[in-house]
Design a protein around this ligand. Structure first.
Ligand SMILES: C[S@@+](CC[C@H](N)C(=O)[O-])C[C@H]1O[C@@H](n2cnc3c(N)ncnc32)[C@H](O)[C@@H]1O
Length: 265
C-alpha cells in the first residue's frame, strides 16, 4: 500500500499543529531535558512538520550545536524555512526526504527526535532501524507518540467516543496505526536500542485547548470521507456535538496519552 499523509500540510494546518504543540510541549520539554538535551548537540527532528519543535530545539542547542529538520513534504518545509529566516537562525537547516530514504543523509546525530510521526507510518520498525543507523554511538532516539484510542471524557460523551473510534478505524484502513504509542517500546527493543526511559503523559484540556477536540475532527474529515466512514451530514452533526462538549465545563476532557521513549544506540 502506498503511504500517503492524511492531513493538510503547510499554512493550512499550522493553527491546528500549533494548538496540538501547546497541549503537549511542556511534557516534551521535560522529557528532552531529562534525556540529555543540552547546548552544542547535533539533533535531527524527523517528520518536523512546520517546525514548532525544531525551532525550539535550535534555541536550546545554540550556535555551537545544530538542528536538521527533516520532512517529506515541501509545503511543511516552506513554512519552516520562512520561520527560520524570520528568526535569522544559522544553525538550523531543512532537508526534504522520506523517512524510508533517510539513509541518503550523510550525517550522524547525538539525538534524533520524532513526534506525531509514527502514527502515520505503515512500516514503523523499518523506520526505527534506519534512524538507528543515523545516530552517533551512544546517541539517543527520542520519540513522542500518541495512542489515539485514549481520548476520553468524564462523564462519557458519545460524540467523543465515536470520533475516537472513527479515527482509529481510519488508521487501520490506511495500513498505519493511530494507536501506536505503547507499541514503540517493543519496536525499539527489536531494533537493538537500549531503552533508557519511558514516560506517559495525558494532558487534561482547559481553555482554548478544549477546541482541539472539534478541530481534530475537522482535520481528519477528508480521510473519513475517503473511506466512506461517515456522511457529510453526520460529520457536521458530530462537529457540532464536539463543539458543545468543548464549551461545556461540566465535562473533564483528557487528551490522548502521549508515550515518550528514549532509546540509546
Ligand atoms: C503531525 S506532523 C508532526 C509535526 C512535528 N513533528 C510536530 O511534532 O509538531 C507529521 C509530519 O510527518 C511528515 N511525514 C509523514 N510521513 C512521513 C514520511 N514517511 N517521511 C517523512 N515525513 C513524513 C508529514 O509531512 C508531517 O509534516
Amino acid at each position: 500500500m502506498k503511504e500517503t499523509y492524511s492531513l493538510s500540510v503547510g499554512e493550512n494546518d499550522l493553527a491546528r499543529m500549533t494548538l496540538l504543540n501547546d497541549i503537549y510541549m511542556s511534557y516534551c520539554i521535560d522529557f528532552l531535558f531529562e534525556n540529555g538535551l543540552k547546548q552544542g548537540l547535533s539533533i535531527a527532528d524527523v517528520g518536523c512538520g512546520p517546525g514548532n519543535v525544531s525551532l525550539w530545539l535550535a534555541e536550546q542547542v545554540g550556535e555551537t550545536g545544530k538542528v536538521v529538520a527533516i520532512d517529506n513534504s515541501d509545503e511543511q518545509l516552506n513554512v519552516l524555512n520562512k520561520r527560520i529566516a524570520e528568526k535569522q537562525f544559522k544553525h538550523i537547516s531543512t532537508y526534504q526526504c522520506d523517512i524510508y530514504e533517510i539513509d541518503q543523509l550523510n550525517e550522524k546525530f547525538d539525538i534524533i527526535f520524532c513526534r506525531f510521526l509514527f502514527i502515520h507510518l505503515s512500516q514503523p520498525l523499518i523506520a526505527i532501524k534506519k534512524l538507528y543507523e543515523l545516530l552517533k554511538p551512544g546517541g539517543c532516539l527520542i520519540l513522542g507518540e500518541l495512542d489515539n484510542s485514549t481520548w476520553s471524557s468524564y462523564p462519557v460523551n458519545e460524540a467523543l467516543e465515536q470520533d475516537r473510534n472513527l479515527l482509529c478505524t481510519v488508521g487501520l484502513k490506511k495500513g498505519a496505526d493511530f494507536c501506536i504509542g505503547p507499541k514503540l517500546y517493543g519496536y525499539l527493543r527489536q531494533a537493538n536500542f537500549n531503552i533508557m526511559n519511558v514516560k506517559i503523559a495525558q494532558p487534561v484540556l482547559f481553555g482554548k485547548h478544549r477546541d482541539y477536540i472539534f478541530l481534530k475532527c475537522k482535520a481528519w474529515a477528508q480521510a473519513y470521507f475517503e473511506f466512506g466512514l461517515i456522511s457529510s451530514d453526520a460529520l457536521e452533526e458530530r462537529i457540532k456535538h464536539l463543539y458543545d462538549l468543548a464549551h461545556d465545563d461540566n465535562y473533564l476532557i483528557e487528551a490522548a496519552k502521549m508515550y515518550f521513549l528514549c532509546g540509546r544506540k
